[in-house]
Design a protein around this ligand. Structure first.
Ligand code: SF4
Length: 437
């Protein structure tokens, strides 16, 4: 592609949104490098071409993406960059509107239009690089996207509009990719999807997450395998034995529940009841003793009454999740919930979300205090000042708690150590290394 500059153009890729977008950017970077193009991820160096991989999930995420586009649009108008391309979920969802609203952007691409984006850059989509990625995470952990899209009808969710129907990748393909990642120094693989537990149903009509877990867990050198984005309805309980029996599968499960009151689970079209959800949580804890459960909830969905919220609050109080996040409901066009009145005032949504987070902070504080005096296996992620920062098997990167580690000797990122827990705060543990593990 012709640019004014005489040197080969420098490309800077910016990623917004979730871990699935991170994987897409890593695939893009690998294709750009495979075409001998100079590309970097979120580099502060001057670039000729900027590609923004956007998020279009909810209001706050959309605003963040639009602000990033406008920031680089201004840089283009000031001649700081030559070309600006936008891809990802926001572009998939609002391409037509955005094209007329922000004409300075050179081209817009959807979530499944990588070949077209590469073509625009004078590059070819290289099939031989399938499964290849330029990791943008720390080199010792990586996300593995096991499927694309989602077939679920959740009322509030626009993701199927942006990512399409559920498409699983084959067990062989994913196992090869995992072997490749481990051969490049990855110790921890985090399985992600829109709906992890739906895996395989589109391939041959049966859930295959358990087969996949066994195949990945057999990859030599893989120390930690972690599961994120499980779905509670028709949960494949057979995976619980595998999680319990396999040492390198983290005793950790992220399962967004979104709500718990029966009227809300019905309106949200979650396909599960309060009683069945609580039964499932009991089964998970019984079958995998000591498992850390993470969940995500929504405050202020249309129809949510004070009584519904009280039910949710006591549920969080009783279940004492290890990790919990909460969003305020965002009224998203073309979703089922958009046909309902957005009847919970914004300030009530915010208030309910902060009440739940205040409760969770107390629960997390108590749970962390229970760990004082114990020794935990910690994966060191980075150094900050005089301390090392790491995570236990109960903590996923970016979203969960961290361990602040004192140690006189140098510790390299990607190292596993045994840490004696001396102190804690709501979302952090403090300790010292007692041995390498
Ligand atoms: S499972 Fe529901 S919330 Fe998750 S991506 Fe699919 S439709 Fe959205």
């Amino acid at each position: 592609m012709k640019t004014k500059s005489i040197h080969p153009p420098k490309i800077n890729v910016i990623t917004l949104g979730c871990s699935k977008n991170i994987v897409d950017s890593e695939v893009l970077l690998s294709q750009l490098k495979g075409n001998h193009l100079t590309a970097a991820h979120e580099s502060s160096e001057k670039a000729d071409i900027v590609i923004i991989n956007t998020c279009g999930f909810i209001d706050k995420a959309k605003t963040e993406s639009i602000n990033a586009i406008l920031e680089y649009a201004e840089k283009k108008e000031q001649g700081e960059i030559e070309k600006l391309f936008v891809t990802g979920c926001l572009s998939e969802r609002y391409k037509t509107e955005l094209q007329s609203e922000i004409p300075v952007v050179d081209a817009w691409f959807g979530t499944l239009e990588l070949p077209a984006l590469l073509k625009k850059l004078g590059a070819d989509y290289k099939k031989e690089l399938l499964g290849e990625r330029e990791l943008t995470t720390a080199p010792h952990y990586a996300y593995l996207k096991i499927s694309e899209g989602c077939d679920r009808p959740c009322s509030f969710c626009a993701i199927p509009l942006m990512r399409g129907k559920h498409v699983s990748r084959s067990i062989d393909f994913l196992t090869q990719e995992a072997k490749h990642l481990v051969s490049r120094g990855v110790k921890e693989i985090i399985l992600i999807a829109q709906d992890l537990t739906y895996y395989g149903l589109d391939l041959n009509g049966k859930r295959q997450l358990d087969d996949l877990l066994k195949s990945l867990s057999d990859v030599p050198g893989l120390e930690w395998l972690r599961l994120q984005y499980a779905y509670p309805s028709q949960f494949p309980e057979e995976i619980l034995d595998t999680i319990r029996e396999r040492e390198n599968i983290c005793k950790y499960l992220d399962m967004p529940l979104q709500h718990i009151s029966d009227p809300m689970l019905k309106i949200m079209r979650r396909g599960i009841t309060q009683r069945r959800t609580i039964e499932l949580l009991d089964t998970i804890r019984n079958k995998v003793p000591g498992i850390a459960l993470r969940t995500t909830l929504i405050a202020g969905h249309p129809g949510e009454t004070e009584a519904d919220f009280d039910t949710l609050y006591s549920f969080v109080e009783n279940q004492r999740f290890h990790r919990l996040g909460i969003f305020t409901y965002s009224h998203e066009e073309k979703t089922h919930a958009f046909t309902l009145p957005d009847d919970v005032p914004e300030e009530i949504k915010e208030q309910r979300a902060s009440e739940i987070m205040a409760l969770q902070q107390e629960i997390s504080m108590e749970r962390n205090e229970e760990l004082h005096g114990s020794t935990l296996k910690v994966l060191i992620d980075r150094k900050e000042g005089d301390f090392y920062i790491g995570r236990t098997a109960f903590d996923s990167p970016e979203v969960d708690n961290e361990v602040i580690v004192k140690n006189t000797e140098t510790l390299l990122p990607g190292t596993f150590v045994q840490v004696f827990i001396e102190d804690s705060e709501a979302f952090d543990l403090f300790g010292r290394v007692v041995s390498n593990s």
